[in-house]
Design a protein around this ligand. Structure first.
Ligand SMILES: Cc1cc2nc3c(=O)[nH]c(=O)nc-3n(C[C@H](O)[C@H](O)[C@H](O)COP(=O)(O)OP(=O)(O)OC[C@H]3O[C@@H](n4cnc5c(N)ncnc54)[C@H](O)[C@@H]3O)c2cc1C
Length: 364
């Protein structure tokens, strides 16, 4: 449980809360780009920036504590606090270690993740001939792809199977077909690969072993979403507490009405459950356990809880909460994407069911 943290994690939690208060919340009026630059620089000085990087390798529990605490302040530029993680490049040797991993971690190159494909497209496929891999296909929702130097893409290599391959975006035949934005404010790209040739050394690990690598990265991002969702749940609960303790038109506390109080208590129960799941799962991960099922469960539950919490909070606060720049209206837009990104809730539920019923796997 969150309460039983080590002294080091309590210090981390306090440092993150102070960081959000001192370095992030004052930037609320800044434009997004300049807030991100300022937060990034302050985060380097505060020793938070490198927490996601291999050399510093904070455990999952520490990352969850940090992410939840920062999100609980609902500050601007939350995504700028931590530097890029290694993701699927985590265990690469040369030449990718020098050509892509080191510049990625140093912030000199930007990477992106190409997994999702358009419904009507053939799976992205590659053929190895000597030292070259030729790739044809499409990727449809590559976050940050239009500004990325390379895409870590899932490619089915003939004779080997699904493999993760590094594709530089300036390679001949890489066509940026579309750049688009989603409700949460992030931007994405759709790519076509028209006989793109990359060196075979751009295959990450052994050909055919890409799916577990991709799923490991997706699993880490699922816990990230769950931790941020739990942080935002704390923020919504705090906002509702002061709203419900404030007087209505007749001078009585708004929370005196039974139906209002019922909704509030119900949200608190769900927030308690979401946080309990998150902390238990992070501890299992740090103990070296396989948390595929727990990670999916945390992501489904926490992202659905925060969706419900923001929706209910808007209902309880009233129309003022729907005005464009109200923090609840902004949060509503931000968290909706999480029920689809890194696996739709419906599909993840089916995966958990399949794991238990057909494969005999999973503790939950
Ligand atoms: C903000 C955001 C960022 C993203 N970033 C990336 C990225 O960087 N890289 C990347 O590769 N992708 C990215 N994605 C894509 C994301 O992974 C997909 O949107 C997600 O996996 C769902 O796939 P889909 O959109 O194709 O929907 P679909 O797979 O078509 O699912 C839509 C709905 O259909 C139903 N459904 C689908 N399949 C099944 C099934 N097997 N059984 C039962 N019901 C089913 C479910 O109700 C599901 O919710 C991002 C998406 C978002 C919203």
């Amino acid at each position: 449980m969150p309460e039983q943290l080590s002294p080091q994690l309590i210090e981390l939690r306090e440092r993150c809360a102070a960081f959000a208060k001192d370095h992030m919340l004052p930037l609320a009026e800044s434009d997004r780009a300049s807030a991100a630059v300022q937060v990034r620089e302050a985060s380097k000085t505060a020793g938070l920036f490198t927490m996601t990087q291999p050399a510093h390798a904070a455990g999952q529990l520490a990352l969850c504590v940090a992410r939840e605490t920062l999100a609980a302040a609902n500050p601007p530029a939350l995504d700028a606090v931590f530097g890029p993680g290694a993701g699927v490049l985590g265990s690469v040797g040369e030449p990718l270690a020098s050509s892509h991993l080191a510049p990625l971690l140093a912030g000199e190159k930007r990477g992106s993740f190409g997994f999702t494909e358009p419904d009507d497209a053939e799976p992205t496929a590659g053929i190895i001939d000597g030292d070259a891999l030729t790739i044809k296909g499409q990727k449809s929702y590559v976050t940050g792809g239009a500004d990325a130097d390379f895409i870590n893409a899932l490619v089915r290599i003939e004779g080997h199977g699904p493999s993760m391959v590094v594709i530089d975006t300036d390679t001949q035949g890489v066509i940026l077909e579309k750049r688009f934005n989603s409700l949460d404010g992030s931007h994405h790209a759709a790519f076509r690969f028209d006989n793109v040739q990359v060196p075979v050394s751009h295959v990450i690990g052994e050909p055919g072993q890409g799916l577990p690598k991709a799923l490991r990265q997706i699993g880490d991002v699922r816990l990230l979403f769950a931790a941020q969702a739990c942080g935002y749940l704390i923020w919504v609960m705090d906002l509702l507490q002061s709203h419900l303790q404030s007087p209505d038109k007749d001078g009585a506390p708004r929370g005196n009405k039974d139906v209002v109080r019922w909704h509030y208590a119900d949200l608190r129960i769900k927030a308690f459950a979401a946080r309990s799941m998150l902390y238990r799962t992070a501890r299992l991960a740090d103990a070296g356990e396989n948390i595929v099922n727990e990670g999916m469960a945390c992501k489904i539950f926490a992202t659905e809880c925060i969706g419900e919490a923001v929706d209910t909070a808007i209902q309880l606060v009233g129309g003022g909460a729907l005005v464009d720049d109200h923090p609840l209206a902004l949060l509503y837009k931000k968290v909706r994407a999480w029920r689809l990104a890194e696996g739709a809730s419906d599909v993840l539920r089916l995966n958990i069911g399949r794991g238990i019923l057909e494969l005999g796997k999973g503790r939950i």
